[in-house]
Design a protein around this ligand. Structure first.
Ligand SMILES: Nc1nc2c(c(=O)[nH]1)N[C@H]1C(S)=C(S)[C@@H](COP(=O)(O)O)O[C@H]1N2
Ligand SMILES: [Mo]
Length: 421
């Protein structure tokens, strides 16, 4: 049997080799039972749900009532404009796929309740043959799936504040979610309308009251964009764009136009509100940078994180998410000593490009104060920056694109707070 004290640490603060959990004989049981007491408890059928048949079938399953606290946190503007956000509770979830009912929401003007029979998509502009599709027509096209995250450019922006926000991981980083999106590769429809050679941009427009529109380079549209109809196997939820949304893998959330009704092919961008006054970066020089499309690599430890309490010293599995808009995550490093030393975490397969990647590493907490951090590295070699590195590069006046390393401080009582180091 392997005793905790025999475990070799690979970095400061008690981080263990990432493969240690594969070893046989690790002692995890917190309350060891004798075999008689085990038998007695399992033979005792006193539990109410073992006394009578259970509930009947349901048309659409719901989470257990005991999981009612696993919800999106909502923040809608009080003016009834439907402008606001709800966050994915990343700290309560595991794996990499976000359940549909918990995908974050960002609406500028509320959720339109669209009748799919009346919904149409127009593709026109700099094309030889403009086309108008209804949903039935679109459903005849060949489909494909892409597993990818959607992240709002404003995600994690509490990180720009002078004091570390004391809140759960989901309320800090949960304007990011990950799904299997299934639909028609945009390239197929662009071939059908025969885009003219001088065209450079696609202006995508939604059918919500804000008639939101954004500009996307044609090259990206032809590369990996999808007109999604399904989300994790079922039709897209109204709040995420039913019946049709554009998926622009790895790029800013705002480009993933929901309730998609029009694609205008053009030789210049639209210069809409969402790409001039909003979703631009104020640089240290005072100038604004337009079109920061790619979401850079980011990671966060979700367990343990703010809101968790460690009751005992001993073995834990640190678990978190990493993602990059540039491609695959190739490595995640974890530190338990505030960044002095780092150890490589295990990446859970499959590791997919522009998709949430789950990382895990075993940790033997000795009961002392510890500072946990995670650092993502993507296939382009980009390394997630420390907060002071990010600020020295971009200044402090940004609102979007905060992707610095997050530090969770574990006190000697096991309480966790968010700190800047
Ligand atoms: N038509 C339309 N599309 C939209 C928006 C919107 O308000 N209207 N919000 C955008 C923004 S800012 C983001 S971050 C993503 C959020 O997608 P989600 O609500 O499915 O998470 O949708 C984008 N697409
Ligand atoms: Mo967004």
């Amino acid at each position: 049997m392997t005793r905790q004290s025999d475990l070799q640490t690979v970095a400061g603060g008690g981080l263990l080799d990432r493969r240690v959990f594969l070893k046989k004989g690790l002692v995890f049981s917190i309350a060891a039972l004798t075999s008689e007491s085990l038998l007695a408890s399992i033979n005792d059928h006193h539990l109410p749900w073992m006394q009578k048949p259970g509930d009947t079938f349901s048309n659409y399953g719901q989470p257990s009532p005991h999981e009612r606290k696993t919800i999106r946190w909502t923040m809608a503007n009080r003016d009834a404009s439907g402008n606001g956000v709800s966050w994915t509770p990343l700290h309560d979830l595991e794996g990499t796929i976000t359940p549909n009912g918990l995908h974050f929401e960002r609406h500028h003007n509320g959720v339109p309740q669209i009748d799919p029979k009346q919904h149409q998509l127009l593709i026109h502009g700099s094309v030889k043959t403009p086309l108008l599709f209804d949903m039935d027509a679109l459903l005849h096209y060949p489909m494909t799936s892409t597993f990818c995250f959607i992240e709002c450019g404003g995600n994690s922006n509490a990180g720009w504040r002078d004091k570390p926000i004391q809140t759960v991981a989901g309320y800090f980083h949960g304007m990011a979610s990950c799904s299997e999106w299934t639909g028609i590769p945009l390239r197929i429809l662009l071939d059908e309308v025969e885009v003219k050679s001088q065209a450079k941009w696609i202006i995508a427009e939604g059918a919500d009251a804000s008639i939101m529109n954004v500009s996307i380079p044609l090259e990206k549209a032809k590369d990996d964009c999808i007109l999604a109809i399904y989300q994790n196997g079922e039709r897209i939820r109204p709040e995420n764009g039913y019946p049709l949304r554009l998926i622009v893998p790895g790029w800013e959330g705002v480009l993933n136009v929901k309730w998609l009704r029009r694609l205008h092919i053009s030789n210049k961008p639209t210069m809409s509100r969402n790409e001039t006054s909003k979703y631009t970066e104020l640089l240290p020089s005072g100038k604004a940078r337009q079109f920061t499309f790619v979401m850079e690599a980011k990671s966060i430890i979700t367990r343990p994180s703010y809101g968790y309490k460690l009751d005992n010293k001993g073995l834990y599995q640190i678990s978190g998410l990493a993602w990059s808009g540039r491609g695959k995550i190739i490595k995640v490093e974890v530190s338990a000593d505030g960044g002095k030393t780092w150890a490589e975490a295990e990446l859970q397969e499959p590791v997919l490009a522009k998709c949430f990647t789950r990382f895990r590493i075993p940790w033997n907490w000795n009961g002392d104060k510890a500072i946990l951090k995670s650092r993502a590295i993507d296939e382009t070699g980009y390394v997630q920056p420390e907060r002071n590195e990010l600020i020295s590069k971009t200044g402090k006046h940004s609102y979007f694109h905060y992707n610095a390393i997050v530090s969770w401080e574990v006190s000697n009582t096991g309480k966790i707070s968010h700190v800047y180091t």
